[in-house]
Design a protein around this ligand. Sequence first.
Ligand code: MN
Length: 233
Amino acid sequence: MTYVFPPHPQPALPVVGSAALFPVRRIFCVGRNYAEHAREMGATAQATGLEPPFFFMKPGDALVGGDGEIAVKYPPLTKNLHHEIEMVVALGAGGQNVTVNAANGLIFGYAVGLDLTRRDLQAHAKEKGHPWDMGKGFDQSAICSAIHPASLVGHPATGPIWLKVNGQTRQQGDLADMGWKVADIIANLSMQVRLEAGDLIYTGTPAGVGPIVPGDLLEGAVEGVGELRARIL
Ligand code: MN
């Protein structure tokens, strides 16, 4: 097989304890999964309750990540780039109509991610009823740490998740406050699309999102999973 131009490189992340890389396929993100963040984004009490989870996506090649300090270019067309620290689930197997009880069986591991958001573009899209893609799925919008295999870290359901910008705490939450738990998210998403090995799922952000500017150092962690360090250029 030949191609009319060389295929793009496979997006991938390092795996803790392994020389082999994790090949990334699609990037799914859950919206408003911590009630306090949903409220700060203006959701009504009703919308923070028992509504089904909703999803948006970033292209696989919006991924930027790995070990050490991750360099991220400040994106164009925004004056309000926001950080959202999130636990990321990395799937090692696929499935459709996966039950909640079987969901953990699809999980290869976990990572710490930042769902970078052009908040001004997202707000404009919401107002117009337009898609969120250009507010959420721009180049280098999906920052992700190395993957920590579930064989090493288990399946964390509680524990602190936090983000500091230039040493100052901006976000501080706990995985226990996720509205939809990881297994519920996988089960629901697998009814909508067939999930595949290599898919990443960003599981939502706690309260405290806010703007970042060139030069900022972002340091975050999901305790018990791992850490993340990124510099905005
Ligand atoms: Mn998010």
